[in-house]
Write a protein that binds this ligand. Structure first.
Ligand SMILES: NC(=O)c1ccc[n+]([C@@H]2O[C@H](COP(=O)([O-])OP(=O)(O)OC[C@H]3O[C@@H](n4cnc5c(N)ncnc54)[C@H](O)[C@@H]3O)[C@@H](O)[C@H]2O)c1
Length: 272
């Protein structure tokens, strides 16, 4: 269903790799709500993914950018404002990657070159993106910037590995930069802390199937899907949430406030 919530708004969407990606669903929903945007991803992902199909479907142009390169980000922002015909109202940072996770390197035995690369891609890229937007004065007043995160930033999920640290850093950047963006440009900055979701990045985490089933059983409303996340993001891009900023917003069916659920307890009571 469409409410025209983003009619006349322009933006950039990072991170749509394939139709499972949270960014893919978000692009589809933003399009349905009347928003216009440029799609972007790392040059290597352009070759692996199916972003052309999404661009066609949403009438969008694609500009490749490695989110760790300030030069690429500057080019992306300059070209996007040109293509869209004005400053931006929304930006989605939906980027995450850990080489330690990908290669099964344990948290207690990290390869620090990989750790550093993961931090640059998953967290520092958000600072680089916002600094480039800020210095270029590329956001309209009452614009909205959203990044995606996971609760391993606050609580221990052993197999989330160094991504837990990257997410803690990402969330801190949202608050710190969000202050200056709010004070100087009237732009809001938030992170959405999403349920485990079956995507390329998500499925890379060891034991993901068990992890997602556990979260689902713990949550009174069940896991939030990628489409649910897209809808929540649309609300944060809309004018209905103008004074929500510096927040880490849990979008997880209630998981983050649970201790234990009947469904999880019953798996331990089976033999009694
Ligand atoms: N899937 C989950 O369980 C889950 C849960 C909570 C939060 N998140 C977060 O959601 C976001 C989106 O991930 P997803 O689950 O949709 O997976 P995904 O694999 O579809 O998306 C990750 C994206 O990051 C992009 N990327 C990697 N390196 C990049 C670079 N250098 N420059 C630009 N882009 C780069 C990839 O190409 C890909 O499109 C990530 O921040 C992820 O950590 C995912």
């Amino acid at each position: 269903m469409s409410y025209n919530l983003l009619k006349g708004k322009r933006g950039i969407i990072f991170g749509a790799l394939d139709s499972n990606s949270i960014a893919w669903k978000t692009a589809e929903r933003v399009h349905e709500e009347g928003g216009q945007f440029v799609l972007t991803n790392a040059p290597v992902a352009m070759r692996m993914g199916q972003i052309d199909e999404l661009a066609k479907k949403t009438g969008s142009q694609i500009i490749p950018a490695d989110a760790t390169s300030v030069e690429d980000l500057q080019n992306l922002i300059d070209k996007s404002t040109e293509i869209l015909g004005g400053k931006l109202d929304f930006v989605l940072h939906s980027i995450g990657m850990s080489i330690n996770v990908r290669k099964g390197k344990h948290y207690t035995d990290q390869n620090y070159e990989w750790t550093q690369k993961g931090t640059d891609v998953s967290a520092m890229s958000f600072h680089k993106l916002m600094q480039t937007l800020y210095k270029s004065d590329a956001m309209n007043e009452w614009g909205s910037i959203v990044a995606l995160t996971y609760m391993a930033a606050q609580r221990v999920f052993p197999d989330y590995n160094d991504m837990a640290d990257n997410k803690a850093y990402l969330e801190s950047i949202a608050r710190s930069f969000g202050y200056f963006f709010g004070r100087d440009k009237k732009v809001r900055v938030n992170t959405i802390s999403q349920s485990p979701t079956p995507t390329t990045a998500g499925s890379g985490v060891k034991g993901f199937d068990g992890f997602i089933a556990y979260a689902d059983k713990m949550s009174p409303l069940g896991n939030a899907t990628a489409l649910d996340c897209a809808n929540y993001t649309v609300s944060l891009f809309s004018d209905l949430t103008k004074r929500v900023t510096l927040q880490n917003l849990y979008h997880d069916g209630g998981f983050s406030n649970m201790g234990v659920s009947d469904a999880v307890m019953s798996t331990f009571m089976g033999e009694e």
